[in-house]
Ligand binder design. Structure first.
Ligand code: AP5
Length: 226
């Protein structure tokens, strides 16, 4: 496997926004576990039914379900050049499982990009987020509004508010991040593969800073040029 990158950070900090931009820039596919679960829910699958109760409460879907889903996805030929993971791993057990999955394919995790912001900023971003029904394109009522109210600029589909972007679920998701996911920051820092990026900047500036940091950390990868 080629270049494997993980995006880490609190809910709503902008991981998905940055991961998609980077995926386009590097030509490496983006894989977001939250998007996979929402797709399963939309399709009414067994996995989707199981996942929905966790997503609606802002709790983590059990590791055995999540890890099996990621393992199966990463078998796909499209991930031969690597993957940009977003929302996985979310605890130390998932981190160990990821190392195993990548090793099975002769690869390893190269870099973890931590995007960080204060709790006030993430609450503001989540409360104003709107997502398109057709393809999950992201908007924000104040920070990144669509050209026509309630409609996606890209495909014209309806914009909606995610069920887990309600205030009480947002608080629960932040708590889960603090208690369960944030220990990964120290874990990856100790491994020497953590890049830390200030998420309280404008979207294009954050992307530029990510590319600059990657150019240093992954200087043998030809597609990373700034
Ligand atoms: P998931 O979908 O991964 O949610 P999350 O981690 O809470 O992250 P978000 O998608 O909410 O935010 P983001 O950081 O991607 O921000 P975005 O770019 O959208 O997971 C949902 C649920 O699925 C979990 O709660 C759990 O139940 C389950 N799940 C997922 N993975 C799992 C796992 N591994 N194990 C177990 N369960 C799992 O940006 C947010 C908003 O801010 C947008 O409106 C955007 O336009 C705006 N914005 C972005 N950047 C900026 C900026 N720089 N300035 C201003 N506005 C900005």
């Amino acid at each position: 496997m080629g270049l494997n990158i993980v995006f880490l950070g609190p809910p709503g900090v902008g991981k998905g926004t940055q991961a998609r931009l980077l995926a386009k820039r590097l030509g490496i596919p983006h894989l977001a576990t939250g998007d996979l679960f929402r797709e399963e829910i939309k399709n009414g699958s067994e996995l989707g039914r199981k996942a929905k109760e966790y997503l609606d409460q802002g709790r983590l879907v059990p590791d055995e379900v999540t890890v099996a889903m990621v393992r199966e996805k990463l078998q796909g030929a499209e991930y031969g050049e690597g993957v940009i993971l977003d929302g996985f791993p979310r605890n130390l057990e998932q981190a160990a499982a990821l190392d195993g999955i990548l090793a099975e394919r002769g690869g390893a995790l190269r870099t973890v990009i931590l995007v960080n912001a204060s709790p006030q900023v993430v609450v503001q971003r989540l409360s104003g987020r709107r997502v398109c029904r057709a393809a999950g394109h992201n908007y924000h009522l104040q920070n990144n509004p669509p050209r026509a109210e309630g409609r996606c600029d890209i495909d014209g589909s309806e914009l909606y508010q995610r069920d887990d972007d309600r205030p009480e679920v947002i608080q629960q998701r932040i708590q889960v991040y603090t208690e369960t996911t944030s220990p990964l920051v120290e874990y990856y820092r100790r491994r020497g593969i953590l890049i830390e990026i200030d998420g309280e900047r404008p979207i294009p500036e954050i992307q530029e800073r990510i590319l600059e940091a990657l150019a240093v950390a992954v200087n043998d990868y030809p597609k990373i040029q700034i």
